[in-house]
Design a protein around this ligand. Structure first.
Ligand code: FES
Length: 478
């Protein structure tokens, strides 16, 4: 649809689907799976910030769940008076709103140290939001790969033009929850839509259908319970809170990317960091540090303020508060409603090194008269360090684990364009810096999605204190 023609320039409403003309265009322009800007950071400090603790995540999660139960009990107690309205509003905001950032953090697997705890809360929060856990895991992987790239990112929630009226429709659920219900019913009874097929691997598509049917079953029981008892209360506690709490998802979600530059390979141009008060930060799990999260998704939410302090010199100035963020968002959306090509004034980006990775790159040497490759001195590594070492056109990740054990793997993640030396070690696994996929460092086997293909682990020999591998010789799998 042609929306504007002015001075020979035309702006055309873009096709935000993943199966339209924008998709091949994005690929041709090198915007898919591309390398993104990352500011420099001391690798040792990043390792420190990437450490997860069960205690902190458990405290926040129990507080959130406790508040849901508390406000639910209050709403039930007050159900015959108008005082139930604010109690249900709080219950809905916690159930259908604050669950969004919990879903997000657990989906990245970065909140708890325990993978199982992350998964349990991820599944619970997914249901509260009516998001299929498998479908949305893959959708979010793509969002991190191709943030705000039109035709590639399935999570562009506010495409151009988004009017103020549209925002009201999002907050009321018409443009947010209703499409989710439609998708759930379609997945349960008809099959996967084109977008979901695009980003969900074939082997996982059955799980999408199964989960949609489970959701339909649970909601069906709640509805049947309400009908059988001719009472609205069962669905007021299960199902409807997704609808009457979604305004909080939209309230925070708008601050992430709305109105910012599309098709830019730099999160400083398409993502916002906004300073928020402690209550908002609890409800939103510190996702107001959204630029930092996109650049370093291995850092758990509770360490994002500290990460912000480390890298803020390289970022655009954060918005000082939520009100300022909304002023900026409305300026952008109002401008784009009149002119699709409208952009906010260029953000004041500090000049600094464009750094695709974290640490420095060492160069190894091929040994004369042997197939061996020298990757450096053991002594030059500290415990817990990971370093990238390049040898001719090959790149490796060299790890010094606790007890001074040296492990060498291929450098690049088998899932995408990320160097594992920028990742973090979690219980003898390397976690990729791009989508939090993991490999077992003993065997190279995938240990967490989205990685599916094993990583090459090389046999290491220590000769005179030097780390030697023979890359042609595959290490036998344990
Ligand atoms: S690039 Fe996706 S998990 Fe590594």
């Amino acid at each position: 649809m042609l929306l504007r023609q002015e001075g020979g320039m035309t702006a055309i409403q873009r096709d935000y689907s993943l199966a339209g003309q924008e998709t091949p265009r994005a690929i041709e322009r090198g915007l898919a799976n591309a390398q993104w800007y990352r500011p420099p950071i001391d690798p040792a400090r990043l390792r420190e910030l990437s450490v997860r603790t069960n205690g902190r995540a458990a405290f926040d999660t129990l507080l959130w769940l406790g508040l849901i139960v508390g406000f639910g009990a209050l709403a039930w107690t007050l159900r015959s008076s108008w005082w139930a309205v604010p109690a249900f509003m709080a219950y809905g905001a916690l159930y259908g709103g604050a669950s969004d950032s919990r879903w997000h953090e657990m989906g990245h697997g970065s909140a708890f140290k325990s993978g199982r705890a992350n998964d349990v809360i991820y599944y619970l929060a997914s249901f509260m939001l009516l998001r299929g856990p498998t479908q949305w895991r893959w959708s979010h992987v793509r969002h991190h790969t191709d943030t705000l790239i039109v035709g590639r990112d399935p999570e562009i929630s506010f495409p151009r033009p988004t009017s103020r009226f549209d925002i009201a429709l999002f907050m009321l659920g018409w443009k947010s929850v209703v499409p989710l219900v439609r998708t759930m019913l379609r997945h349960a009874f008809v099959g996967l839509d084109e977008n979901t097929q695009d980003y969900t691997p074939e082997g996982e598509q059955k799980a999408v259908v199964r989960e949609a049917r489970i959701y339909v079953g649970i909601l069906g029981v709640a509805i049947a319970w309400s009908v059988a008892t001719t009472s609205i209360w069962p669905v007021m506690f299960i199902g409807l809170p997704t609808l009457y709490g979604v305004w909080l998802v939209v309230f925070f979600g708008l601050t992430q990317h709305a109105g910012l530059t599309e098709d830019a390979l730099d999160h400083r141009l398409n993502t916002r960091t906004v300073y928020m008060n402690p209550v908002f930060r609890f409800l939103y799990s510190n996702m107001n540090y959204h630029v930092e999260h996109h650049m370093f998704p291995t850092v758990p939410y509770y360490n994002l303020p500290a990460l912000h302090a480390e890298v803020k010199q390289y970022l655009a100035p954060p918005l000082p508060n939520t009100l300022a963020a909304y002023r900026e968002i409305l300026t952008a959306l109002d401008g784009q409603a009149k002119d699709l090509a409208f952009e906010l004034p260029l953000r004041n980006l500090p000049t600094g090194p464009d750094h695709g990775g974290v640490g420095t790159v060492d160069v190894g040497v091929r040994l004369w008269g042997s197939p061996g490759v020298d990757l450096g001195a053991v002594e030059s590594f500290v415990n817990g360090e990971i370093r990238r070492v390049d040898v001719e056109d090959a790149t490796y990740a060299v790890y010094r684990l606790a007890g001074s054990e040296i492990v060498v793997t291929d450098g690049l993640c088998t899932h995408g364009a990320a160097h594992l030396a920028d990742g973090t070690i979690v219980d003898r696994m390397i976690e990729c810096p791009k989508h939090n996929g993991r490999f077992d460092l003993r065997t190279g086997e995938p240990a967490r999605k989205p990685v599916k293909e094993a990583l090459q682990v090389h046999a290491v020999e220590i000769r005179d204190g030097r780390i030697i591998i023979e890359p042609e010789r595959a290490r036998p799998r344990a």
